[in-house]
Structures are given as structure tokens and as C-alpha cells.
Design a protein around this ligand. Structure first.
Ligand SMILES: [Zn+2]
Length: 66
């Protein structure tokens, strides 16, 4: 039986909507990262279906794949 783990991240509206190229919202999981690069990278590498899913994978990717 596999364990269920909870991992919470916080994304600003700009990152979710993909408005800005680099995040400047303190507290956001993609703060000071190039949003499009990380999301597109995560989307293609990890096969994330949606932009939010890709953003979550981009933010948590370091924990999953160091
Ligand atoms: Zn952000």
C-alpha cells in the first residue's frame, strides 16, 4: 500500500495565468524563476497535462527528481 503525501505550494495569479515571464511575487513557488521556461520544461519532461499541473511539477520537481 502506498502512502499518501501532502505537498502544498503557493502560486500567484500571474504564474497560473502565465501573464509574466518572470515571477516577482514573494511567496510564490516560482518566485524569481522564468515561469514559461519552468512550466514548459515540466510539461514536456514530466508530461503534465495542464498549466497548473505543470507549475506544480515545476515547483516540486527538485524534490521528486533532484
Ligand atoms: Zn508567481
Amino acid at each position: 500500500m502506498s502512502q499518501v503525501k501532502e505537498y502544498a505550494i503557493y502560486l500567484c495569479e500571474e504564474c497560473i495565468d502565465g501573464i509574466s515571464k518572470e515571477c516577482h511575487t514573494p511567496g510564490c513557488a516560482l518566485f524569481l524563476r522564468t515561469v514559461d521556461f519552468h512550466i514548459d520544461n515540466a510539461r514536456s519532461k514530466l508530461g503534465a497535462a495542464t498549466r497548473i499541473q505543470a507549475a506544480i511539477k515545476a515547483a516540486t520537481g527538485r524534490l521528486i527528481e533532484p
